[in-house]
Design a protein around this ligand. Structure first.
Ligand code: 13P
Ligand code: SF4
Length: 304
């Protein structure tokens, strides 16, 4: 079957079944091109919370589809490749987080959206890379002790920027954590007219050299607004698809060949095709987990 033939069926089933396709910026170009919405984790969760569709097909990783299910519990939420997880989300679990909470009863638990529903169920507030700085600021002003989990890099960036004192969980994203200062300096030397833009999951030594730091959506918007014509990209290479489409006159260089999230790339167009056709890979969560996990997400959406 050709791509166009698959697209035709997907469009037909979308209408017949009243389904909406959401895709993260790290998905392959052919999936981004057929999606109803392409966005970062915040934007996609806001769409999932508001959609009238009966079925949400979430082209992304497991925690993102779970988040959609928590925010839209009456909808059927499907994840085209059920094995697509997140390396960072797997660095924390509900047993260890509960133990930490028992040992630190007064701490406010701020959980990055890259975490399971069971972990979110134990948190006071959720954040994404789009809103983390504002939400940390909001709670830091109260003087409360905050555990930021699981992404230590974003937390260290916030601490450096605004002088907060956060308790850190030692998690990270392997794709972003792999980048270092030397790579940035070499790329800048090779492309002297390019701006370097990076995701806050990178290490501080990388972020300190960036001309702009932001969520995937913020990075995509930034390159369209900038007068510059060349950019070195410090995040997963999937973002370049949308950047090139919107800015055919500009050039984009991934900072490293390793900037490919194997989990995000597990989902192929054929998985989306089969998943929508057969309505398979449904995300199922207990009512108890949905109710508990919703608290931290609602708080985040209110503050976003
Ligand atoms: P965004 O919140 O920017 O979509 O990032 C999610 C993610 O997994 C980055 O690695
Ligand atoms: Fe998770 Fe990293 Fe992949 Fe984002 S890029 S989904 S944080 S493993």
């Amino acid at each position: 079957m050709t791509k166009e033939e698959m697209y035709e069926d997907i469009r037909k089933w979308k209408k017949e079944k009243n389904a909406v396709i959401l895709a993260h910026y790290y998905q392959t170009g052919d999936i981004q091109d057929i999606a109803d919405y392409v966005g970062d984790s915040l934007a996609l969760s806001q769409i999932a919370a508001k959609t009238d569709a009966k079925i949400i097909v979430f082209c992304g990783v497991h925690f993102m589809a779970e988040t959609a299910k928590i925010l839209s519990p009456d909808k059927k939420v499907l994840l085209p490749n059920i094995k697509a997880g997140c390396v960072m989300a797997d660095m924390i679990d509900e047993i260890r987080l509960q133990k930490y909470k028992d040992e630190h009863p007064d701490i406010l638990v701020m959980v990055y959206v890259n975490s399971t529903a069971k972990v979110k169920a134990l948190a006071d507030v959720c954040v994404t890379s789009s809103n983390a700085l504002n939400i940390i600021d909001h709670y830091a002003k109260t003087g409360k002790k905050i555990l930021y989990c699981p992404d230590q890099n974003l937390a260290k960036y916030a601490m450096k920027l605004n002088g907060y004192n956060l308790e850190l969980w030692p998690g990270f994203c392997r794709i972003h954590h792999n980048l270092d200062k030397g790579m940035v300096l070499r790329a800048k030397e090779k492309h002297p007219n390019a701006e370097f833009i990076a995701h806050p999951e990178c290490r501080l030594e990388v972020l300190e050299l960036a001309d702009y730091v932001g969520s995937t959506k913020a990075l995509v918007n930034y390159v369209s607004k900038s007068d510059k014509k060349e950019f070195i990209i410090g995040t997963e290479e999937g973002v370049i698809h949308g950047m090139e489409k919107a800015n055919p006159d500009k050039k984009f260089y991934p900072l490293s060949k390793t900037l490919i999230c194997g989990q995000m790339k597990m989902t192929k167009l054929v998985d989306l095709y089969n998943c929508l056709k057969d309505e398979t890979n449904e995300i199922i969560l207990s009512d108890e987990i949905i109710t508990k996990a919703r608290v931290c997400l609602d708080r985040m959406l209110e503050l976003s």
